[in-house]
Design a protein around this ligand. Structure first.
Ligand code: 5GP
Ligand code: 5GP
Length: 227
């Protein structure tokens, strides 16, 4: 091999490695997860939302979670970029409304958002910086008004039970996409609608069909508690 060829080979290898490091995107899609506050609050825990105020009776954002097609997911990817409130000061009021914490008795949004950023947001830094990450989640919530979709299909948060198929069907009918429903149980052991997962492409802006669903089980009829 000539000196020039050797140099070329080395250059190609170095550039190749750098590109892997720089634009490496260790995930294939996002789960956009929304929580129903009524189902967080009627479980066995001693209290639910913060004493500073009751969030709206609406689905709230839980998180935007980078995930891999094999079902695994990266977490806590970059401790050098801790959550920095000053980067999202323009989003704070929208976050308080759309991404409220239910932690109690003294939860505050910053702690919840900081946890979500550190655990999940740092794993999609190759596509979304901190501001972009939170803005993407807020914009997804606007795109899909879950409560309105369910209510229009006669599925109301009034403590009644609804078939899981009807719930999924309503969301599929409105979005064109199959959601994943996560259930938890109330104090009497009834299965209830806790979180709704939708999948999002790697840019964080477009809803897609889920490449893989999480595991877990709901009853075939599930309660939709009031809040
Ligand atoms: P749990 O074990 O309560 O279902 O989930 C605990 C936390 O683990 C979630 O809030 C989330 O941060 C993370 N998690 C659970 N399942 C998944 C998943 O399928 N994908 C991703 N990206 N995170 C998950
Ligand atoms: P994940 O389950 O996403 O890993 O983390 C949820 C963490 O955020 C838990 O430590 C939980 O105590 C805290 N947290 C604060 N507010 C909320 C909330 O409104 N809902 C949920 N599910 N967790 C919250």
């Amino acid at each position: 091999m000539t000196k020039l060829n050797q140099l070329t080979l080395i250059t190609v290898l170095i550039l190749g490695c750098l590109s892997v490091l720089c634009v490496s995107q260790d995930f294939d899609f996002f789960y956009f997860v929304q929580q129903w506050p009524g189902s967080y609050c009627d479980t066995q825990q001693s209290c639910c939302y913060p004493t500073t105020g009751k969030p709206a009776a609406d689905f709230g954002i839980h998180g935007l979670w980078p995930n891999r097609n094999d079902g695994s997911y990266p977490s806590n990817c970059d401790s050098s970029k801790p959550f920095d409130q000053s980067q999202i000061s323009d989003l704070t009021s929208s976050m308080q409304k759309n991404w409220p914490t239910l932690a109690c008795p003294s939860g505050n949004g910053i702690k919840f958002w900081s946890h979500e950023w550190d655990k999940h947001g740092t794993c999609s830094e190759s596509v979304l910086d901190q501001h972009g990450y939170f803005q993407a989640a807020l914009s997804l919530k606007k795109q899909v008004n879950l409560l309105q979709i369910l209510q229009s299909a006669g599925i109301k948060p009034n403590g009644d039970s609804y078939s899981l198929e009807d719930i999924k069907g309503a969301i599929k009918g409105a979005t064109g996409l199959t959601p994943w429903i996560e259930c938890n149980t109330d104090t009497s052991g009834n299965s209830q609608l806790y979180q709704v997962y939708l999948c999002v492409g790697t840019s964080g802006s477009n809803l897609i069909e889920c490449p893989v669903f999480p595991h877990g089980k709901c009853g075939s009829n599930i309660e939709f508690p009031s809040f």
